[in-house]
Design a protein around this ligand. Structure first.
Ligand code: AMP
Ligand code: TRP
Length: 338
């Protein structure tokens, strides 16, 4: 098993990133070769303040380390320092079809009515993501639910390449297939953390109001006030999961509780059934403060250790390049470019 995943340095790391992705990254690093990338080239598909981008890259790296990723076990690096990603991405641009990209729901959601005014990069973004994964012949990609369609696209691209160049692949590598079709790993109790203000929207760093999300860098007071003000409904708390399926905000709080505590949603709901919402909220706040604040404090400490973070990223990039470069070279040979 070879694991690859990435997170964009486009603002605050939040609870969605943590429960949907980072917790799984940490879990996977003990038994597999893992490669975790700060995907800075993806982040610039929408405007990033150049004065802040470098700090944001450091912030994600610090978040990785503070959450328990170990640079001795996992390869940690930033995407733009391994040029193979961008080069392979171009080659795959010529394999992927326009019709496939037109089906990507994330582009439609992000672009909304402004499709014509979005960067071309935002549109072709899933192809760069395919290049990230295929450059390492990764077998498993841990992500949140929202990335499933992009990984399916990576599989389609890998498969089309394998079919289009079948004879060349056989001739040059002596194998039937070149790219490995990656499996999405969408696991854990919370694969989709929702906004604290609207249980139908996902928690996101691009949402304007900070009250919709818990950031890893939030203080205990901020966490407490956000959970206190989190939207709920007026009905009482039942004891069966089937009864909260359409009570999205309650479902979200129960899921977060379950994700942080490691207990099942059923057990969590049962414990709070018949009680006031304030009970659930107070207890959840306590859990979040216990779990998130130490990570945030550690992040704040290492984020300014520029040399330490720099050395992790340089070392990681070197190790990443050692894998990606031969894959790119072979890809070029198969296509007939080298
Ligand atoms: P991004 O911040 O968009 O780069 O996302 C990084 C990782 O966090 C990806 O694996 C996403 O699927 C995951 N993620 C982002 N937001 C959420 C969320 N609200 N719930 C669960 N996972 C999420
Ligand atoms: N597109 C992903 C997101 O927004 C980030 C990402 C870029 C990624 N490249 C990747 C995730 C490769 C997994 C594998 O969340």
């Amino acid at each position: 098993m070879r694991v690859f995943s990435g997170i964009q340095p486009s603002g605050n790391l939040h609870l969605g990133n943590y429960l949907g992705a980072i917790v799984n990254f940490v879990e996977l690093q003990n038994k597999n070769q893992c490669i975790y990338c700060v995907v800075d080239l993806h982040s610039i598909t929408v405007w990033q303040d150049p004065e802040k981008l470098n700090r944001n890259i450091r912030e994600i790296t610090a978040g990785f380390i503070a959450s328990g990723l170990d640079p001795k076990k996992s390869i940690i690096f930033n995407q733009s320092s391994v040029q193979e990603h961008a080069e392979l991405s171009w080659l795959l641009n010529c394999v992927a079809r326009v019709g496939w990209l037109n089906r990507m729901t994330q582009f439609k959601e992000k672009a909304g009515k402004n499709k014509e005014k979005m960067s071309v990069g935002l549109y072709t973004y899933p192809i760069l993501m395919a290049a990230d994964i295929l450059a390492y012949k990764a077998t498993h990609v841990p992500v949140g639910e929202d990335q499933k369609q992009h990984i399916e696209l990576s599989r389609d691209i890998a498969q089309k390449f394998n079919i289009d160049f079948r004879d060349r692949i056989l001739k040059i590598t002596n194998k039937e297939e070149f790219f490995i079709l990656p499996e999405p790993q969408i696991t854990g109790p919370v694969t989709r953390v929702m906004s604290l203000r609207d249980g139908k929207k996902k928690m996101s760093s691009s949402e304007l109001s900070d009250m919709t999300r818990i950031n890893l860098l939030d203080t205990a007071d901020q966490i407490s006030s956000k959970i206190k003000k989190a939207k709920t409904d007026s009905a009482s708390i039942p004891d069966k999961m089937s009864e909260i399926e359409e009570r999205y905000e309650l479902m979200n709080l129960v899921s977060i509780y379950s994700g942080i505590s490691g207990r099942s949603k059923e057990d969590v709901l049962y414990d709070f059934s018949g009680k006031q919402f304030t009970h659930l909220k107070d207890s959840l706040t306590e859990l979040l403060v216990q779990k998130i604040c130490p990570i945030g404090n550690e992040m704040k400490k290492i984020i300014n250790e520029k040399e330490y973070i720099g050395s992790i990223l340089i070392d990681g990039a070197e190790k990443a390049r050692a894998i990606a470069q031969p894959v790119l070279e072979e890809t070029k040979k198969i296509i007939g470019l080298a």
